[in-house]
Design a protein around this ligand. Structure first.
Ligand SMILES: Cc1ncc(COP(=O)(O)O)c(C=O)c1O
Length: 432
């Protein structure tokens, strides 16, 4: 899909009218903001103003349409673009906020940006290396059905999730052909409900308790989760056979095994990394020999091309990357950044402060990075920058150190081509 195609409205509730730039308030109190050469009419919302608060400046692209807006949308799409008139609506409607954003300078900050060209190159590189079902993209990295849809259209129809919420959202979006919850749960009833609604659901189990939960919750299929060295979930490799037997006795279909070598993802020495992965995967292969089944699932962004033991790679970070992964020497580039505004500059010029802090950027892998200058530290809503020259109002792009938890702090990915905004992908699978 071209950037131009992506620039079309993402929901039917949006219509594009040709219109000179302007910003105005209609006689009905509708706020109409347009910029540059295009006008995007989006869904109306009750404004903050009508609630007695400061006016809002943006609204989600997926808000449900209002009848008045829908009429305008139809008019706009069924013929030449009519002039936009500030007329009194025929029926009372809530105040409408219409926001046009075609350039990053118009975004409220902090905003999470994804560089479309880099994202697409990352996706293509992985698809070439791991086509179709040899990749089970991990939803946890990006929590967005819009992103998942792009992967599905590239042939990746089986997905990996970390939370029940991700599983539910994927199934509801029609992406439930083969969903793996690569995580243990002790209450599988919400997963069972997805099975009842036609989704194919597999869940990881590593104990008699998780097997019992899968069986009583109505999930028919499991993978035996094997510990391959990361001190997290997974049974001892020697116990995998007995657990598979217990699962089959409980009426479950055992599809195979999974084992996540998360402790080996970021060794920058590729040969060493390959050796370490081979040693780790020997445990999974041994467990698989006891368990049986078609599926051997594991791996991630850092091991996608050195893990030959699995039938499918579970990776998600590769699409966006972060400064932590960037040092590994993988064939993926950083597509993600947090756009922030410089809101204060020290009078002696020693530092500047941007309006995105640790509530907009995950810090567990360290400070974000900036192209020019240094990040001194982050606090809740601020990042203090040094070693550069900034003025109040400047826009800066901060590169996150850890992709997954950074994305989980935001509600949308603003898709950009250079400095132009070309799409917005809701991050709709947050929470649990
Ligand atoms: C079970 C599991 N599989 C695979 C991955 C790999 O993801 P990434 O693409 O971030 O390396 C993760 C990441 O945490 C994970 O938890």
């Amino acid at each position: 899909m071209t950037a131009k195609e992506l620039a079309r409205p993402v929901t039917p509730a949006l219509a594009r009218l040709t219109q000179p730039s302007r910003s105005s308030v209609s006689s009905a109190g509708h706020v109409v903001s347009t910029t540059r050469s295009s006008l995007w009419i989006s869904s109306p919302v009750v404004t903050d103003e009508s609630l007695g608060r400061a006016p809002a400046t943006s609204l989600p692209s997926t808000a449900p349409p209002n009848p008045t807006t829908r009429r305008r949308t139809q008019a706009a799409t069924s013929g030449p673009a009519p002039p936009f008139e500030q007329t009194q609506p025929e029926e009372p409607v809530p105040d409408t906020v219409v926001v046009v954003v075609t350039h990053i300078s118009e975004l409220a900050t902090p905003a999470l940006l994804v560089d479309l060209a880099v994202f697409e190159a990352n996706a293509a590189t992985m698809t070439a290396a791991r086509p179709g079902l040899t990749l089970r993209p991990h939803i946890k990295a990006f929590k967005s059905t819009a992103v998942a849809r792009r992967l599905a259209s590239a042939g990746h129809l089986a997905f990996c999730c970390a939370t029940v919420r991700e599983m539910e959202g994927m199934a509801a979006a029609g992406l439930g052909e083969d969903l793996l919850l690569a995580n243990e749960v002790l209450d599988a009833t919400r997963l069972g409900a997805l099975v009842d609604h036609g989704a194919r659901v597999t869940v990881a189990v590593d104990s008699p308790q998780t097997i019992a939960a899968a069986a009583s919750g109505g999930v028919g299929e499991v993978l035996i989760d094997v510990n391959v060295g990361l001190p997290r979930c997974g049974c001892h490799p020697d116990d995998a056979g007995a657990l598979a037997e217990a699962a089959r006795s409980a009426g479950l279909v055992v599809r195979g095994v999974m084992g996540y070598e998360g402790h080996l993802m970021t060794n920058p020495n590729r040969a060493e990394r390959a050796q370490q992965v081979a040693a780790s995967m020997a445990h999974l292969t041994a467990a698989h020999a006891m368990v049986g089944g078609d599926v051997v699932s594991g791996g991630g962004t850092g091991t996608f091309d050195v893990n030959d033991a699995v039938t499918e790679i579970q990776a998600g970070s590769y699409l966006f990357m972060d400064t932590h992964y960037a040092g590994v020497g993988l064939p993926f580039d950083e597509a993600l950044s947090v756009l922030a505004t410089v809101i204060s500059v020290d009078s002696t010029g020693r530092w500047a402060v941007a309006d995105a802090g640790l509530k907009a950027l995950a810090m567990d892998h360290g400070n974000p990075a900036i192209a020019e200058g240094d990040v001194a530290f982050c606090s809740d809503e601020h990042t203090t920058l040094t070693g550069g020259s900034w003025r109040v109002g400047d826009r800066v792009r901060l590169r996150p150190a850890h992709v997954d938890p950074t994305i989980a702090k935001h509600t949308e990915l603003v898709v950009v081509a250079g400095d132009d905004v070309v799409d917005r992908w809701p991050i709709d699978l947050r929470h649990w």
